[in-house]
Design a protein around this ligand. Sequence first.
Ligand SMILES: [Zn+2]
Length: 241
Amino acid sequence: MVNEIVGGMGIQVIKKNIKNMHLSVLPPNGIVRVSVPLSVDDDAIRLFIVSKIGWIKKQKERFKNQARQSERRFIDGESVYVWGNRYRLVIKHGSKKNRVEIKGDRLYLYVREKSTVKQREAALNKWYRELLKKEITKFVEIWQRRIGIKVDSCRVKNMKTRWGTCNTVDKRIWINLQLAKKPLSCLEYIVLHELTHLLEESHNEVFVAYMDKFMPDWRMRKSILNEYILDYMYENKLDYE
Ligand SMILES: [Zn+2]
């Protein structure tokens, strides 16, 4: 899907049977997508994007500002994200136990009738945590074997400033709960990044060389991750032709 990086940004390039190149910055994350005719080559695509970079940056900035202003209340109609996909939140009452169910593009959150914003958030976060743990366990198993190290434990924590951390002495890894909202490929990148710290503590050339060897497309995953805003309700569509 995302197969180009121009000016440090991940770009989705979609080849289609169309006549002209078409550029969009998609809400609410500010993902850049370019649809191109089948015959256009990579250099032409890159040139086209570079020529529009000022415009792209302006749109991204707008999304960011709007996202910052919006506040979550966990009510019907709000957008919630799971593995990079957007769902409409539907609050359901009457059930004894809190739970979450996804059907089509709806995410049903079952909570007590007089639940507060905080309680609804906690119920959703509990579900995110379980979802995340399952995937983390899989990735940790795969990558431990591939790179030949072993962690003591891997835990989930809701963090404001980091996607993950690694305590190299205790061999303990912490993964940000918010990653359940991002594409799975981003979670895998963060898990591998933290595991790689057991081979090299700092972000030096040795570390980068390991990452390049283990996961050649890690830069792309990183750029996607940074383009995804954590929480937002803003919706709009902006196009550029
Ligand atoms: Zn690091």
